[in-house]
Design a protein around this ligand. Structure first.
Ligand SMILES: [Zn+2]
Length: 430
């Protein structure tokens, strides 16, 4: 399986300006390649493929020695692969892919590129004695960039690739490792748990535990909203507006970091205590875009909890299971009877003629657990069970040799549309 480890980078000023230059070269490469494909088709009905573009990369780099030629080859090639991924995502038939995933938009020009990837075979980290002491990241042609090694990389991991990204709050390196597949579980789960994700509580466990969103998140969200209001009052494009824009971006990064930290801590606790975790097979991407529910679901970071449980269980030879969500709230976890009339969102307790009286979310969590356990005895198999197995939520395996594309979601859709800000001659047809 593949694991990504993320570290903060602290480049020296000279390194930082060099990194920024790389990113602007890559922005130009992106925009040129997108226009070459789009314009080639628009003007002459010519199709340019990734291979066409890659084949000419060498000549381009030889010609532009001080520009694109000064970057490592695989960094430039990776950018072409990203362009290719963006086009593939757009042309992928809508019905394919996972449920609820919306079709990607047509690749656009980028105002800036904020990350690059290079392939690595040897350990890219230089470590001093102890954790965090004098660690560095080896970046080809650039040299060693100081890095905070807040945790050691996996002991048995083989490094595959490194992505360096510029964010509002600084520089990051994401190192992808391949680790040997853990042994699959052989004995039935000792301590299974069902988890109901909700809005009144972030999560409710079948053992009765309820998890609220953390207060620190609420606090930073309030500060973020305040900063956003202040931004909207400023003159767009002015110096004060720009400073405030950067402040808002830093708050956003802060909130995202807190959310991820909280989700990691929470799921870690679950995985340590339970060797099987069951959740509902909810269509989070679709729920999250569905009007009024969108904000709280996004705030709660639901989308993160499930994949985190999946890979953490997998690493510990435990299991993460998703069961059909149909009726988990509306049926009694004691006798299986349907609630009549159906429970509304306002009903907090589940009351059943059989005598069961339970918090509605705990009842749902118990139903989820029961369905997961039924997976072990095939006779009671519920309809359409969907078990998350290895590979489904993890990056595809990589072959040796040329890097196989990572299954990144096309990054183009959430970027701002940028008009041709590069010189017009850059797009002239050869
Ligand atoms: Zn009942």
């Amino acid at each position: 399986m593949f694991l990504s480890y993320q570290y903060r980078l602290y480049p020296f000023p000279a390194q930082e300006s060099e990194l920024r230059r790389w990113l602007s070269e890559l922005t130009f490469l992106w925009n040129y390649s997108v226009e070459e494909r789009a314009g080639g088709w628009r003007l002459r009905h010519e199709r340019r493929t990734y291979l066409d573009q890659q084949a000419r990369l060498k000549a381009w780099r030889a010609y532009d020695r001080a520009g694109l030629g000064s970057l490592p080859y695989d960094v430039a090639r990776d950018q072409l692969q990203r362009v290719d991924l963006a086009f593939r995502a757009f042309f992928r038939p809508g019905a394919e892919g996972r449920r609820g995933r919306r079709r990607s938009g047509y690749p656009r020009f980028h105002r800036r590129t904020d990350s690059f990837t290079f392939v690595t075979i040897r350990d890219p980290l230089v470590r001093g004695p102890g954790i965090g002491a004098q660690a560095q990241l080896k970046v080809p042609t650039l040299g060693r960039v100081p890095l905070r090694l807040h945790r050691p990389p996996p002991a048995s991991g083989t490094p595959k690739s490194v992505t360096v990204s510029a964010r509002a709050d600084g520089w990051y390196a994401t190192v992808q490792y391949e680790i040997p597949d853990p042994t699959p579980p052989t004995v039935p789960a000792r301590s299974p748990v069902g988890i109901d994700l909700g809005l009144s509580h972030l999560a409710t466990l079948s053992d009765g535990t309820a998890v609220d969103p953390p207060t620190f998140l609420r606090r930073t969200l309030r500060r973020l909203r305040h900063a956003q209001r202040s931004l909207s009052r400023r003159q767009r494009g002015s110096g004060r507006w720009e400073r405030q824009r950067q402040r808002v971006a830093r708050y956003h990064a802060h909130v995202a970091r807190q959310r991820r930290h909280f989700a990691h801590t929470l799921t870690h606790g679950w995985v340590v205590q339970h060797d099987r975790i069951a959740m509902e097979d909810l269509d989070v991407p679709r729920l999250a875009t569905a009007g009024r529910l969108a904000r709280p679901i996004h705030d709660a970071g639901w989308g993160m909890l499930r994949p985190m449980c999946a890979y953490k269980e997998l690493r510990r030879s435990g299991r993460y299971v998703e069961v059909p969500s149909e009726g988990t709230t509306q049926s009694c976890s004691g006798c299986g009877r349907r609630h009549d009339p159906p429970l509304t969102l306002r009903d907090r307790t589940y009351d059943c003629p059989c005598g069961l009286r339970l918090d509605r979310d705990v009842n749902a969590a118990r139903n989820i657990l029961a369905r997961a356990l039924a997976l072990d005895s095939p006779s009671e198999l519920p309809r359409n069970p969907r078990e998350v197995t290895r590979g489904e939520r993890l990056p595809p395996p990589q072959r040796a040799g040329p890097r196989v594309y990572q299954q990144r979601r096309a990054t183009s859709s959430n970027r701002e549309h940028a008009t041709r800000h590069e010189s017009a001659s850059a797009f002239s047809v050869p």
